[in-house]
Design a binder for this molecule. Sequence first.
Ligand SMILES: [Zn+2]
Length: 249
Amino acid sequence: MRLDVLGSAGTYPTADRPASGYVVSAGTTHVLCDAGFGTFAELTRRMDPDQLDAVVLSHRHPDHCVDFLALHHALSYGPYQRRGLLVFCAPGVEDRLADFLGAGEGHVFFDVFDFHEVGETNHVTVGSIDLRFAVTSHRVPTIATRFEAAGRSLAYSADTGPGGGYPELCEDADVMLCEASLEGERDDHHFVHHLTATEAGAIAREAGVQKLILTHLPPSLDPERSRSEATSVFGGKVAVASPGDVYEI
Ligand SMILES: [Zn+2]
């Protein structure tokens, strides 16, 4: 299995760092996981959008899904014939995107995509990749996703605060791709729906994962500090995701 980082910036993008977006691949199967600000252009550097087998949208916050609208425009109005592309998402995502497009009955949006709302009871297979989900602790309904192929596993947090279903989803994963929106000590009064790097490291240690990749660091954070804070708790290998990174899992 392969993880290709399109973007990793938390909250908002910068010139060289789009917001959250990844491609998870196994053989010829490709799943786009989140589509934050700036990630569609990065996707087109790697593949034609009609090569995707499915899309996962973790939640309706724009830094995770707004470039799905660019994917819609490419597939609907570009040269591609693709219809019925599978989309697995948290409740509320399809309605939000359809609203933005003004997509009423009969709109091409509903031909191009085949939406499925998923939660912790769903288990789906896309080509050679199995996907399971957990509901995270966030401000709006949000799903974390575990990808498995050929005995290897990747657990992606999406956005989450402490608690929720993500820690269990990570159990014995080969790679944990986890948000770390915060540095230093937790402030109980702010940002309770995101994790510190230390908390990400603690989840990795408890779950017994092999490798931790931190992501969703806002541009104002120091990645080396985050990596160091997570490492001091986890004790294993910690990386910080950057666009262009490719991880063989
Ligand atoms: Zn969010």
